[in-house]
Design a protein around this ligand. Structure first.
Ligand code: LIP
Length: 292
């Protein structure tokens, strides 16, 4: 396990399993919604940190849907959402949700976006003060949902099996790449929205590119982390991530045998690096001078 926050009450047994089932259902429901209800003429409803950091009406509607379903099922839990639907809970558990991760891909109808739903313990508003215990990431374009709960492995299953007959298509276990040679590693990364951040990230890439097999820029942190968990990239590194980009994918990578770290300890806005055990430290060193 990576740099988790120690001494936090973690749900166990039946409660954790029930939370995982709920996570899967919520991510799948919201994933289906954003795919099947995407308006033909989708526009930009608003912008956030820069005029390229966009919000669509579907980001908001997806978060409203998740917010309603979570409160119906778990009224005492907290909620931290990318679009601001935050709730202070009393249970010690917080749902950390990204209603559309990869919003620019979604806006351009590029099939690489996700819904990320996680349950964390600790203070989800801080850095290094929380850890995920359950997570699910819906990939609506591939009609897959990826999920994990602490201690039970990481899995992928077809979206269609969520309600119908789960036993009809048993989930496939996810396992990270065993690559241990930096020069043979395929590394996913991403970039912030602010010009000065992108300039610094480009400088980092001039050091990274000659030392790795190649990079991939998928445009969704949640899907980048799934790619690490399934071994379809060897590593992922990015600065500037928020908790909602990171929470579910962090757990899924760890439960797939990977390690997720930050600049020094827990992953977060400063830096997130995810890879198999042999590669995580060499990749971290490559990116460590990057600042958000
Ligand atoms: C995205 C991240 C991605 C990053 C993009 C963007 P959003 O999140 O998932 O890793 O490179 O710049 O921040 O904004 O689509 O939810």
């Amino acid at each position: 396990m990576g740099a988790a926050t120690p001494d936090l009450p973690v749900p166990t047994g039946d409660e954790l399993a029930a939370l995982e089932v709920l996570c899967i259902e919520l991510a799948t429901t919201a994933g289906r919604f954003i795919r099947d209800e995407r308006p033909d003429r989708l526009g930009v409803a608003d912008t956030k940190s820069t005029d390229t950091d966009v919000v669509t009406v579907m980001d908001r509607r997806s978060e409203e849907l998740l917010h309603r379903l979570i409160l119906e099922a778990r009224p005492d839990d907290g909620i931290l959402g990318e679009e601001g639907a935050d709730v202070t809970g009393s249970s010690g558990l917080t749902w950390v949700i990204d209603p559309i991760d990869g919003t620019v891909n979604y806006l351009y109808d590029i099939p690489a976006y996700a819904v990320s739903v996680a349950v964390v313990v600790g203070d989800a508003s801080g850095e290094g003060t929380w850890t995920p215990v359950v997570g699910a990431i819906s990939d609506p374009s591939l009609r897959l949902v990826h999920h994990a709960r602490r201690g039970a492995g990481a899995w992928t299953r077809p979206e269609a099996t969520i309600e119908s007959a789960p036993e009809s298509a048993p989930p496939r276990r996810l396992t990270v790449s065993q690559e241990d040679r930096l020069g043979r590693s395929l590394v996913a990364t991403g970039f912030g929205y602010a010009a000065e951040v992108r300039a610094r990230q480009a400088e980092i890439l001039t050091r990274v590119l000659p030392q790795v097999r190649d990079i991939r820029r998928i445009g969704s942190a949640a899907l980048d982390l799934v790619r690490v968990a399934e071994g379809s990239v060897d590593a992922y590194a990015e600065s500037g991530l928020n908790a909602w980009d990171l929470a579910a994918g962090w757990l899924i990578v760890e439960e797939a045998g990977g390690v997720v770290v930050g600049r020094e300890d827990a992953p977060g806005k400063d830096l997130t690096v995810a890879a198999g055990p042999a590669l995580v430290e060499p990749v971290r060193r490559l990116f460590v001078s990057e600042a958000p």
